[in-house]
Design a protein around this ligand. Structure first.
Ligand code: NAG
Ligand code: NAG
Ligand code: NAG
Ligand code: NAG
Ligand code: NAG
Ligand code: NAG
Ligand code: NAG
Ligand code: NAG
Ligand code: NAG
Ligand code: NAG
Length: 293
């Protein structure tokens, strides 16, 4: 999914290199932050860099990738999904590294017929191994307006949130033998593509090309993150950065209020959870599903 010709391919970052990462906060300018990776003029940057639209038609989808590489961050994007009949389309917003043993954190938005609910599909891939899907409906219509989709990615955990409400947590369970994404830099990607072989009702509902082009809109890309740089520390060790920019995300853990919200989402809006799909895993679900710490 991460189509990139980046020359930083398979860059493995030893722990010591962390010390050459810089913590920065930056606000949205799509011209400065992203390159078009495919789809040519189907990606459009509008309003002086404030708005990005990605379009899918019967000959191609489109996608962008961030210019910067990140290792940890709080990375937010506002997205307005394809309105009306979006069945078969997949709109994405994700982080990914390169190489055979890549790490990836995914938001994929699976379209639907008019009036039927969009599915927010998430996955966590570490060291090239995924199969960690969780899916949700939203408590609002994600095509009617922009909503904020966030990754909080720090050394302790990854938290997926929507409008500040956590929907999914992936803890660092390296001590239990579960690989955690903390050694490879990732870029941010966004794309729209034809996924009608699987996306809507398991592939039964196909794209109605008479409705093309399908357009998703992105704005207000905001990062509080560690980026590769020379000679500056990351993670709030540099006190001047710590005070000028809010780096609490780096040490943040899930508090009880967030835990309660997460439970509310999982109880009411989760429609698929790999951790309860014992059949798929022949009775033995992955380690992170059963470790309780
Ligand atoms: C892209 O450019 C081609 C050729 O100029 C044009 O026909 C097409 O409509 C453009 N597509 C979009 C989405 O702007
Ligand atoms: C693709 O869409 C264009 C524009 O709507 C249309 O002219 C063309 O016939 C379509 N091609 C196919 C193979 O459906
Ligand atoms: C689409 O709508 C159907 C019917 O409401 C629903 O079962 C399905 O989960 C929705 N989402 C997708 C991606 O198929
Ligand atoms: C842009 O995103 C940031 C971070 O999520 C948020 O604090 C801010 O309110 C957003 N701005 C607008 C105009 O929505
Ligand atoms: C980092 O330092 C190296 C060696 O001193 C230099 O070649 C490179 O341009 C620097 N990169 C940045 C982004 O400052
Ligand atoms: C801390 O950050 C400031 C910029 O706010 C920079 O001037 C300074 O060199 C940094 N100090 C260290 C030790 O990296
Ligand atoms: C973060 O701090 C840097 C360095 O002090 C400053 O240039 C930048 O404007 C700050 N960004 C925000 C969003 O506060
Ligand atoms: C920093 O951000 C956290 C949320 O990530 C918030 O709770 C806290 O109030 C913020 N602190 C400051 C000084 O802005
Ligand atoms: C479960 O068993 C089937 C049939 O033996 C096998 O094809 C499949 O790979 C197994 N799946 C896992 C996750 O072990
Ligand atoms: C082409 C089409 O059907 N557009 C409709 C999409 O949905 C909005 C409301 O959600 C309508 O206003 C449009 O007419």
């Amino acid at each position: 999914m991460a189509s990139s010709s980046s020359t930083i391919s398979a860059m493995l970052v030893p722990a010591a290199v962390l010390l050459s990462f810089l913590m920065v906060a930056s606000a949205n300018n799509f011209y400065l932050d992203f390159d078009t990776s495919w789809g040519g003029n189907r990606t459009k940057i509008l309003n002086n860099g404030e708005l990005l639209t990605l379009s899918l038609d019967n000959s191609s989808g489109s996608g962008v990738q961030s210019k910067r590489d990140f290792l940890f961050g709080k990375i937010d994007m506002q997205i307005k999904l394809v309105p009306n009949n979006s069945a078969g389309t997949v709109t994405t917003y994700f982080l990914s590294s390169q190489g055979q043993y890549w790490d990836e954190l995914d938001f994929e938005f699976l379209g639907n017929l008019s009036g039927q609910p969009y599915t927010v599909h998430t996955n966590v891939i570490t060291q090239g191994k995924g199969n960690r899907e969780q899916q949700f409906y939203m408590w609002f219509d994600p095509t009617a307006d922009f909503h904020t989709y966030s990754f909080l990615w720090n050394p302790q955990y990854v938290l997926f949130s929507v409008d500040g409400t956590p929907i999914r947590e992936f803890k660092n369970l390296e001590t239990s033998g579960v690989p955690y994404p903390n050694k490879q830099v990732m870029k941010v990607y966004a794309s729209i593509w034809d996924g009608d072989s699987w996306a809507t009702e398991g592939g039964k509902v196909k794209i109605d090309w008479s409705q093309a082009p399908f357009i998703a809109a992105y704005r207000n890309f905001t990062t509080y993150a560690c980026i590769m740089s020379n000679g500056t520390t990351c993670g709030g060790f540099n006190s001047s950065f710590y005070s000028s920019n809010n780096s609490s995300w780096y040490t943040q853990q899930l508090d009880s209020a967030s835990q309660a919200k997460l439970k509310w989402v999982q109880d009411n809006y989760m429609i698929y959870n790999y951790c309860t799909d014992t059949k798929r895993f022949n009775g033995t679900v992955p380690t992170e599903c059963t470790v309780s710490n």
